[in-house]
Structures are given as structure tokens and as C-alpha cells.
Ligand binder design. Structure first.
Ligand SMILES: Nc1nc2c(ncn2[C@@H]2O[C@H](COP(=O)(O)OP(=O)(O)OP(=O)(O)O)[C@@H](O)[C@H]2O)c(=O)[nH]1
Ligand SMILES: [Mg+2]
Length: 220
């Protein structure tokens, strides 16, 4: 019985995800689902990307957290429209929440919405939220075995950014292992080595994201 209920929730989420996609397409808005562990650098990376993309695109942010609004306050201080989604302890965001939150934005005056998903390598990967594409972050201190141990997130993401690359030497992190295991389960995945702290690799990541945004907007 429990499995059947879960199955229905998943199917329902897929329907709502499709509806979110259609609504975003009707307004020419690209939604980017940013995933990764707590502390992987999701907020830091979103801020770095906003900095590099805001002259070209009108950007909004949805901040998912299980409590508080620390990240939303940080984004708000940049003068970017932001909505905090408090999941009340739930470990992921569902499409229905995005559908409701879209009403808080002036979609006619936006090109891009970043969604910072809940810090978690497991649950968020299971739920489509109407995103145009997924960006997964894996930070160096988490270890180079994480793609093998938590494959779904990396199998379903369009890009993987190894963040905190400035710390690589301290952690003996084998980035080739990560690249091999990610390509093994997802041959198309784009892989970037970045540091949101010192800017390494962010121009490449920004260039790829910008092309994906342009493709999405052109298709809608
Ligand atoms: N050395 C280094 N530190 C970083 C880098 N990116 C982020 N940090 C630091 O890592 C910590 C966590 O970064 P956040 O951006 O808050 O991470 P997050 O994934 O948004 O965290 P949650 O929202 O709590 O899940 C902060 O102290 C950042 O300053 C990086 O590239 N290098
Ligand atoms: Mg954050």
C-alpha cells in the first residue's frame, strides 16, 4: 500500500511539473534547479552566477530551506527578486510548491529563475520541479566517491560543478574519478571545476549556462 501511494505522488508531481514547464514556456522563462549537499556552495555559486549573468538576463530566485530565510536575505540584499520556500522539514522541493510560488513573481519581466533546492544528495533528485535543466554541485570536502554513492542526482543532472576546487590539494580529491563515474552513468553531463570563492572556472560555467538559457528561451 505504501509503495502504491508513493507511486501516485510521483505521478502527480510529474503532471504538475509539466504544467510548471508549460507556464514558464508561455512566459519565456528558464528555470534552473540547483542541487547539492548542505554547504556544497549552492548559494555562493548562485550569487557568483547572478553577478555574471545579471547584465544579460532578468533573474529571480526561489530559496528552498527546511527552516529560516538566511539565504533568501542574502539574495534580497543583491536587489534580486527572491521568494523563500520553507518546506517545514521536508527534504526536497515538489513541483506544486514551484507552481504556487510562480505567482509571487512578475514572470513577464523575468528571463531566469534559479531554484536553490534543499541541501541533500538524495531526495531532491527524485522530484522534477518543472526545471529547464539541473545543475548539481559537489564540493571537494565531501569526497570523490559521492557520485558512486549517490548516483541519481548525477544521473539526472545536465551539469556537474565540482565546487571549492581551491581546496583540492588539502583533501586529496581525485577529480578524474568523479569525472569517470559521472560520465559512466550520464555520458552527456557537462563537468566544471569551479571555486565560488576565487572565481576559478566560473566563466566556463557561466558560458554554458548562458547558452542553455538562450536555447530554452528560443524554444519556448
Ligand atoms: N573554500 C571555498 N569555500 C566555499 C566555496 N564556495 C562556498 N564556500 C563556503 O562554503 C560554505 C557554504 O557555502 P554556501 O554557499 O552557504 O552553501 P550552500 O550549499 O548554499 O549551503 P546550504 O544552503 O546550507 O545547503 C560557506 O562558508 C562558503 O563561504 C569555494 O568555492 N571555496
Ligand atoms: Mg544555501
Amino acid at each position: 500500500m505504501e509503495i502504491k501511494v508513493m507511486h501516485q505522488v510521483m505521478e502527480w508531481n510529474e503532471d504538475v511539473s509539466d504544467a510548471v514547464k508549460a507556464e514558464l514556456a508561455s512566459h519565456n522563462v528558464c528555470l534552473i534547479n540547483v542541487l547539492g549537499s548542505p554547504g556544497a556552495g549552492k548559494t555562493s555559486t548562485i550569487i557568483s552566477l547572478i553577478d555574471r549573468l545579471r547584465d544579460k538576463y532578468r533573474i529571480g530566485v526561489i530559496e528552498g530551506d527546511i527552516a529560516g530565510q538566511i539565504d533568501a536575505d542574502t539574495i534580497h540584499a543583491l536587489g534580486i527578486p527572491v521568494v523563500q520556500l520553507d518546506t517545514d522539514g521536508a527534504c526536497h522541493i515538489e513541483a506544486m510548491s514551484i507552481q504556487l510560488l510562480l505567482k509571487e513573481f512578475d514572470l513577464a519581466n523575468l528571463d531566469v529563475i534559479f531554484v536553490e533546492n534543499i541541501g541533500n544528495l538524495v531526495c531532491p533528485a527524485e522530484f522534477n520541479i518543472g526545471e529547464s535543466f539541473r545543475l548539481a554541485l559537489l564540493s571537494i570536502p565531501e569526497g570523490d566517491d559521492k557520485v558512486e554513492k549517490y548516483p541519481l542526482m548525477f544521473a539526472t543532472s545536465h551539469a556537474l560543478a565540482m565546487n571549492k576546487y581551491d581546496l583540492k590539494e588539502y583533501f586529496g580529491f581525485d577529480d578524474e574519478r568523479v569525472e569517470r563515474s559521472a560520465r559512466g552513468i550520464n555520458p552527456e553531463i557537462q563537468i566544471f571545476r569551479v571555486s565560488s570563492r576565487d572565481g576559478l572556472g566560473l566563466d566556463e560555467l557561466t558560458g554554458w549556462i548562458s547558452r542553455r538559457i538562450d536555447d530554452t528561451i528560443a524554444k519556448s
